[in-house]
Design a protein around this ligand. Structure first.
Ligand code: SF4
Ligand code: SF4
Length: 290
């Protein structure tokens, strides 16, 4: 079972939910893996003592243009959907902008003059760790300056395997990295907050997931600080509300110390235990309907 924990925006408590859910499942002896897909800023490991088991470099193939063989036809530039080839024939300038290149290979295919070869370029790393409790944590980490973490996320999910429960801590937003992560999930948990901003992002996430034929369940974090508009929206749209986590300054204190509330605060341990039960039993979460 793959469960993606996602949110329309950062700062709603997505990592908080993913790490604590992982902690309670791991403590129960469940086969569980936590995969940090937030490759631009992975931080799940801050909450665990874990040893590195393996590290894999993720690369893609970037074109190299031989100007001596180039006939200045411009096909490669026209075929590139990402504007990654800077082409000014009058000035005999043709350059690959490596940071924009998605490694799709279209330009190499388009070139009829044999002027393009390819070279591997590092995008980032996927690192596997084993926690003290014997559970696996997989971290996707993008190289600084890279534009897209999608390929690294894909590799991290592959590295997570298929055993037991895999919790995917998704990147924030609803763009390609989010879609790449939730696409592989059987269930999606959206973490939100009861504010107009939270509701707006939640709507966007739900609409994106519906396009993908997935129905999420929702967790409202800091549920007592805003208004009732998120709860009303969920009821109107028939979206399951899996849990509500009330605002508690102790949560922020524990979190800022790099600790888990499921190790420190009994009431929240029960809440996450209950959440884990519901997920394992398949209650309250929307299944992949494809
Ligand atoms: S490999 Fe794809 S993205 Fe990269 S320069 Fe060529 S066409 Fe553009
Ligand atoms: S397709 Fe090949 S020949 Fe044409 S401009 Fe690009 S590199 Fe040069």
């Amino acid at each position: 079972m793959k469960i993606a924990v996602a949110s329309g925006k950062g700062g709603t408590g997505k990592t908080f939910v993913a790490t604590n859910l992982f902690n309670v499942l791991s403590r129960r002896g469940e086969a569980v893996t936590l995969t940090d897909c937030d490759a631009e800023a992975p931080d799940d490991l801050l909450f665990f003592r874990a040893e590195k088991v393996s590290e894999t470099e993720v690369t893609h193939q970037v074109p190299v243009i031989n100007k001596d063989a180039c006939t200045w036809c411009g096909r490669c530039s026209r075929w590139c959907n990402y504007n990654a080839i800077f082409y000014v024939p009058a000035a005999k300038v043709i350059e690959v902008i490596e940071n924009l290149c998605h490694g799709c290979g279209a330009c190499t295919f388009a070139c009829n003059s044999g002027a393009i070869t390819e070279k591997p370029v590092l995008l980032g790393k996927v690192t596997k760790f084993m926690t003290d409790g014997g559970s696996k944590v997989v971290e996707a980490r993008m190289k600084v300056n890279e534009m897209s973490p999608v390929r690294i996320i894909k590799e991290a999910i592959k590295e997570s395997g298929e055993d037991g429960v895999v919790i995917l801590d998704a990147p924030p937003g609803t763009s390609c990295p989010f879609i790449q992560t939730v696409d592989k999930a059987d269930n999606v948990l959206l973490v939100t907050e009861p504010t107009p901003f939270g509701l707006s992002d939640l709507r966007q996430s739900v609409e994106t997931l519906r396009e993908m034929k997935k129905t999420p369940a929702v967790i409202i974090n800091r549920s007592d600080i805003g208004d009732g508009s998120v709860a009303e929206y969920l009821a109107k749209e028939n979206i399951p509300l899996l849990a509500e986590i009330k605002y508690d300054p102790a949560i922020a204190r524990v979190y800022s110390e790099g600790k888990l509330v499921t190790d420190e605060i009994p009431a929240l341990t029960s809440l996450f235990e209950d959440m884990a039960d519901k997920i394992i039993e398949g209650y309250g979460t929307g299944s992949n309907q494809r």
